[in-house]
Ligand binder design. Structure first.
Ligand SMILES: Cc1ncc(COP(=O)(O)O)c(C=O)c1O
Length: 370
């Protein structure tokens, strides 16, 4: 029962003036706004690039096995070594080249804290993944944008002499889905001579990646780090698991920065099972690639301009209809896509590739809206 005396004491307290306590830069910042995640609503979700197929059946077995009182009672392996060993075999590196993260956002936070001092600089092309800017704000660092504008989706020019503490290159990029070949990435790293992170959240849907550059780290003047996630190609967005691949010395520095137990026992077990089932991974990936390629002409027939994508989404703009109106029309039909507005750019729609049936439903609805 509530004690009426203590209750009145609580209501008499004046809410604290947070300006006296909370860091001023934190109070000023807006904070990263993640994509919408409606809960418990039957909606076709094509807004945050989740995989339309479930994870490998081996993942469910591993989660059930991990849900054991004796295992849950104890702390997990701080480094997630079972995952590191399984992933090292898949990528042709050593377990020591891999660091596990609570989603790849955790890896990006760890990288920022490892390389960027307060007052330092993070640089990235624009438009790209907006979290990089938030990470710079949290670190009290300056964020420098190199705009894609004017040269299509080629790597922006003008980085010479910029000397950032860290450069983030999302490759494939979001929202565009565009992609640079390893030679372009190598040339960029050579020119910049500063640490570069290739954020490869979508690389499993692209023909090549930067892992070879990490293997060849000794040829580069500064660290190269690849960041990966199991949220997209391995259908595990709900589990939260990402990882970095880098030279062992870089991984050792990053390990000092991470939370001691940044991945839990269930997620380590699930991620290890997922990465070990490469047959399942390839079959799902191939289905998504086929649906992506089949979707492009259908969107074009509906009057959309579509950028060639190397990811599991398409970035589209309609030649006559307003993207906000289309977004709202789809929403009214219980289809959620991502309306993205980058200041200085025309807004557009980013559409996650769903199953063939889901894409049919999208196209039928769009046909009634354009
Ligand atoms: C470019 C990019 N990097 C990283 C992430 C983070 O993925 P997660 O934290 O789910 O691993 C996303 C998520 O959408 C992304 O688009």
């Amino acid at each position: 029962m509530t004690d009426p005396k203590s209750d009145s004491k609580i209501s008499a307290l004046i809410p604290p003036d947070l300006s006296r306590f909370v860091r001023e830069d934190i109070r000023r910042m807006k904070g990263y706004v993640p994509g919408e995640q409606p809960q418990g609503v039957p909606i076709l979700k094509l807004n945050t690039n989740e995989n339309p197929y479930g994870p490998s059946p081996r993942v469910l077995e591993a989660i059930c096995a991990a849900a054991d009182p004796e295992r849950l009672r104890k702390y997990p392996d701080p480094m997630g070594n079972s995952f590191r060993e399984a992933a090292a075999k898949v990528y042709g590196v050593k377990p020591g080249n891999i660091l596990c993260g609570n989603g790849s956002d955790d890896i990006l936070t760890i990288l920022t804290r490892t390389f960027v001092p307060q007052g330092g600089t993070i640089a990235s092309p624009y438009p790209s993944y907006l979290l990089y800017e938030t990470l710079a704000e949290l670190q009290g660092a300056t964020f420098r944008r190199f705009s894609y504008a004017g040269n299509g989706w080629e790597l922006p020019q003008g980085w010479e002499g910029s000397r950032p503490n860290l450069a983030y290159i999302a490759n494939p990029n979001s929202p565009s889905g565009t992609f640079f070949r390893p030679q372009a990435m190598a040339d960029f790293a050579m020119m910049l001579r500063r640490p570069v992170v290739f954020d490869e959240a979508y690389a499993d849907f692209a023909p090549e990646n930067a892992i070879g550059l990490v293997r060849d780290q000794n040829s580069f003047p500064a660290p190269i780090v690849v960041s990966r996630t199991l949220s997209k190609s391995y259908s595990l967005a709900g589990i939260r698991f990402g990882f970095a691949i880098a030279d062992e010395a870089v991984i050792n520095e990053m390990a000092k920065v991470k939370d001691s137990y940044n991945c839990d026992a269930v997620s380590i077990a699930a991620a290890t099972a997922a990465i070990s089932d490469q047959d399942y991974f390839h079959s799902v990936r191939n289905k998504i690639l086929a649906t992506r390629e089949a979707s492009v002409p259908r969107l074009q027939q509906l009057g959309f301009s579509v950028i060639a994508s190397h990811a599991n989404f398409l970035w589209v703009d309609h030649l006559t209809s307003d993207p906000t109106t289309l977004y709202q029309g789809l929403r009214a039909a219980n289809i959620l896509v991502r309306l993205m507005n980058y200041p200085g750019w025309r807004s557009g729609l980013r559409i996650t590739i769903g199953t063939d049936a889901e894409m049919d439903r999208l196209f039928d609805t769009l046909a009634g809206l354009v």
